[in-house]
Design a protein. Sequence first.
Lengths: 176, 302
Amino acid sequence: MKATFASFRSAGRSGLATIGAVVFGIGVLGIVVLGTSRALPQNEDTAARKNRKSTYAALAEAPEKARERTNPFEGDIQAVVAGGKLFEQHCADCHGRKAGGTRKGPSLLREKVRQATPGTMFWILTNGVVRRGMPVWSKLPEPERWQIVAFLQSLKLQPATSQLMKNSQSAEPARP
Amino acid sequence: MVARAIPKPIQQTFPGVVILVFSLLFCRSSLAQESPYIVTYDHYLEEPGSLEVEYFSTFGTQRGGNDFDAFWTEFEYGATAWWTTEFYVDGQTTFNDSTIFTGFRWENRFRLLQREHIVNPVLYIEYENTSGADKILKEVEGHDIESDYADSNAVLRKEHDHELELKLLLSSTFKGWNVAVNPIVTKNLLPSEPWEFAYAIGASRPLALKALPNRCNFCLENFIAGVEMYGGLGDTQSAGLHDTSHYLAPVVAWNLPSDWTFRLSSGFGLNDNSHRLLLRWGLSREFSSFGEMVGRLFRGRP
């Protein structure tokens, strides 16, 4: 009886420790989340504008050699469609499904981005703009990054691209 | 016996329940391109504002004792593009013995350089509060060897470890290949304990470098395969390979378009001090915009 009671007490302690650890962890995460989420509402527009401005400024930081690189998938419609899929999977959360920008990331339809060379876009995608919240995307293989650039380039011809994406999605086979 | 039956189901179902609750609560998610490593770290951090919930399990064989299944749940949050913070809850079941909670860990990873370089360094700092019965073997340090885990849980859990662990994560990606090297230094916070050394290295590559235009579960671009090797390197009192254990593990990750990632690793002990087999698997899901959602919740943003 005594042994059973001791064992029960030990199990109870273990359960309490689990709950304590979970509460501690959630507390720590909560502090980090609240502490690192963006500026307060009244400052938000100003902060977001400032952030976007400096994110666009990063386009000018691409080295000459990187800017001159050409997209190996230039004119490849399959690459544009694949790039659209990758964009939706990895980029749309911040830049918006139509690349028009969100609270988290700038629009990619702005003139500054449209005028950027494919090499510049590839460089930004590879290196990110870490200090402004854009992570590096070199974890995507180089051809996939070029596919995303092909999709971004195609946004210059937006109506045609939209139709292309629509056609591709309607022709999409059922998931295996 | 009755007492053991109470926490066991709770501890075993807890990670699954957590993942399910998060899945139901936060529908927005994004496809993660997760590396297949379970022990080694590359230099890629969690996307800012994203929360990744992960459950891992390690089945280990044990000579001179009972085999075990150690498990842990991770909550990984991208605080900024250069800082990721992660909280772990560990537990284990030793067959023919008991299921117990074995502690928690809090780790932080800091990207040191703004841009990509040939080798990219990330600083890793972890605090561990675990018992001697912790068997997740996420790191094999110092003179950790198989026989250290042979005792019963009742004996092992009497030991408490408060450790600080530092790693320098060095990683490079070229032509689809990722190579990562992690030198590890660990200090038990008791002054009498020595600094312990360890290593983890890994190499991996996606099975296809180009994406297909259509969404698919089984296309090669969704799979990343590789191999990792890890082990101890002694401590400040006796550095070197004697009385250390080492493992070689082929690994694979399957990044599903439905936002889940499945990882599998089969680690083989490379010497007599190592467990013969460490079979690991993990399931994770990433929830993007978690930070934004919490911000809205507490700050009343539109």
